[in-house]
Structure formats: C-alpha cells, structure tokens
Write a protein of this length. Structure first.
Length: 368
C-alpha cells in the first residue's frame, strides 16, 4: 500500500512554526509521507534554516529559492514552480498556512489542478486591502478544508458562505508550539545576556508588514518612536535584511544607546525575549498571539487587527504611526498592564486535530 503524500508549503517564519506542529502530529501516522516545500520567501539563514533546526523539523524536501522581488513577480514565480512540482511529484494533499505570497501561490497551484487543499489559520479578516488580507481571502475561497482558529474566524467564513464540514475550528497551532517551546527557551537561550537586557525591563519590537516597511513616513515614525521609547526602557529590534535596507535608506540613526537594532534571531531566542519583555510592540499577527500566550502586554502598530479578541480582552492595543511622541507614550502606558484572563485559542491540540483530518482528505469528496 502506497503512502499518502502530504505537502506543506511554507516560506516565512510563522509558517515554519505552524508546519512544525503539523509535521510532529503527522509522524504518528506510519502510512503518511509529509514533505516540506520551502518557497524561499524568507532567505536569511536566521529566518529560515535556524528555525527548521530549532523547531526539530525535517529539512525541506523541496526548496524553490524564490525571494526578494515584488508581489506579482514573487507570487507568479512561485505559482509556476509549485504547479510543476505538484504535477511531477503528485501529492495527495496540499496544506498552506497563514497569509503570505507563499500561501496564495501554494493554494492557487493546487486548486487549478484539483488537488485536495487545506488552509491552516483560515477565516482571519482585517477588512482592509493589505496584501496579507488579499492572500487570505482568495485562499479561503479556493480551499477544500478550512482549519479556523477562533469563533470569530469561523463566523467570518460563515459570513462569506463557507460552512459545514468544510470548516473545522481546531484552535491555534501557534499555541501548541508556545506550550512546547517555553521551557526549551528558558533552558537553551542566552538572548537576554547577548543583548544586555533584564527580565521585565525591556521592550521587544518586530516589524515586517509592507504597509509599514515600504511607507517611509510610517517607518520613520516607528523608528523615531522606538528611539524615544529607548530613553525609558531598552528596545530590542531584530530586523529582516530587507527592512534594514529600508531603514538605512531613510538615513535614520538611533540617538539612544539603548535602542538595539540587531540581526534576525532564531525562534528559541525570540520566545525567550517574548516571555521576558515588559511590552511587545509589533505588526505581526503571530507575535500578537505569542504575546498573549506568554501574558505580556502588546502594542500593535496597525490601524486594525485580525485578532480582535485580544483587543477586546485588553491584552493588545492598536497604535497609529502618525506621531513618534504619542507612539512612545502608548507603549509606555502598557507596562505592567494585564488583560482579561481568557483562553481564546484552544487547548494546545490543534496540530493533532489537523493531522487527523489531513490523513482522511484523499478519501473525502469535495464540491468544485
């Protein structure tokens, strides 16, 4: 009897985390061959290879080496390469994760040749036209099985006519990973010592969304606001190489010696910093949830968030990027705050639930 072949398409740091949990759960099925397909969207070693190593994931079976181009070129090149790969390798199921260009390309290539398609983290909506929103909406409307995270994401799918057995609310695979990695990070990471910060006495910031990194005014406001914030609390900001080049193009140079702009770091170090931070400042959906998992107050520098339950329960606030001083004040006001103690993201078994459905998908009938 031949094995069921399941392909996970990944390309960015949050997807590595999600796929690691699904991969771990699929190991319990001896008749399943799970292969990681890495598009290459994140190409820096600390944002790719190190994550695979630290998460205990198998090395990618296929690496497309596609990165560093505009949305259209990147997505188009991925679509072409993935379609050829699917035709040559004949997977039984394709799984995509989240909302990146890799997500959309992986989904389109599968749907157009009628491969069973699953979307992990389906139903998220920020109700705008940022690239990630476009990717997630289009992906959901060509997906066969939608693994939603919360009541809100399930309701979003229902509102768009996606319901019934096509939707499974499984919880958050990121929560699964947070539970597993917390102790590992405490034991193995030396990030606090490396960056010279103390638990509860620094701010961790991450930035990657194009509407922040590609908008000089917003990026300038962020950097100046963080520089002001660093006069009160040290700020650690790991920067993707592309974002660093954008900051350098602005001519920005921090005035505070406590503003620590550093190279990308591995997942274990990120978890250690998240758990020890006084406040986490981010534009990442994944980091917003990780802040909640570790019970650290969060500031999100976006005009909206798909994770509305975190704002409603007081764990997260939205901060506009229009005034550096105001931005600094919002961040400082979050120190020592806590939201309502409520679990939003399941019981830490999302990966197990997803795997159980994936292995059945080749025998399922989908309306197309």
């Amino acid at each position: 009897m031949s094995k069921t072949r399941i392909f996970s398409v990944v390309g960015a740091r949050p997807q590595f985390v999600k796929a690691a949990i699904v991969s771990q759960a699929l190991e319990k099925y001896p008749n399943v061959e799970h292969a990681i397909v890495h598009t290459g969207q994140h190409y820096d070693q600390n944002m790719s290879d190190v994550f695979f190593e630290e998460l205990g994931m198998p090395a990618p079976a296929f690496n497309l080496h596609i990165s560093a181009s505009g949305h259209g070129a990147m997505t188009g090149r991925m679509l072409e390469a993935l379609e050829k790969l699917y035709i040559d390798e004949k997977p039984d199921v394709v799984v995509v994760y989240g909302d990146t260009n890799s997500t959309l390309a992986g989904a389109l290539a599968a749907a157009k040749i009628h491969l069973p398609l699953a979307h992990v983290e389906a139903g998220l909506r920020s109700f705008n036209r940022m690239p990630e929103e476009i990717n997630r909406v289009l992906t959901d409307h060509i997906t066969d099985v939608h693994f939603s995270v919360t009541d809100v994401s399930t309701a979003n799918l229902l509102r768009e006519g996606i319901s019934g057995p096509r939707v499974e609310q499984v919880g958050d695979v990121m929560y699964d990973c947070a539970l597993q990695m917390a102790e590992v990070a405490e034991r193995r990471s030396h990030a606090l010592e490396t960056f010279g910060v103390e638990p509860g006495k620094f701010v961790l910031c991450t930035v990657h969304r194009a509407n922040n990194t590609d908008d000089p005014k917003r990026l300038q406001c962020l950097m100046e606001g963080l520089d002001l914030l660093a006069q009160h609390l040290p700020v650690v900001l790991p920067l993707h190489p592309r974002t660093r080049s954008r900051v350098e193009a602005l001519g920005f140079k921090p005035k505070s010696p406590n503003f620590k702009i550093v190279d990308p770091i591995g997942y274990i170090d990120i978890v250690r910093l998240e758990r020890a931070a006084a406040v986490i400042v981010t534009d990442s959906g994944g980091v917003q949830r990780e802040a909640f998992f570790h019970k650290v107050p969060c500031v999100t520098f976006r005009d909206e968030t798909e994770w509305t339950e975190l704002v409603d329960s007081g764990w997260n606030v939205l901060a506009p990027l229009d005034d550096p001083e105001k931005f600094k004040d919002i961040c400082l006001s979050r120190v020592g705050t806590r939201g309502t103690p409520k679990e939003h993201y399941g019981n830490g078994d999302a990966g197990v639930k997803i795997a159980a459905t994936l292995v059945k998908m080749p025998q399922m009938t989908f309306k197309r």
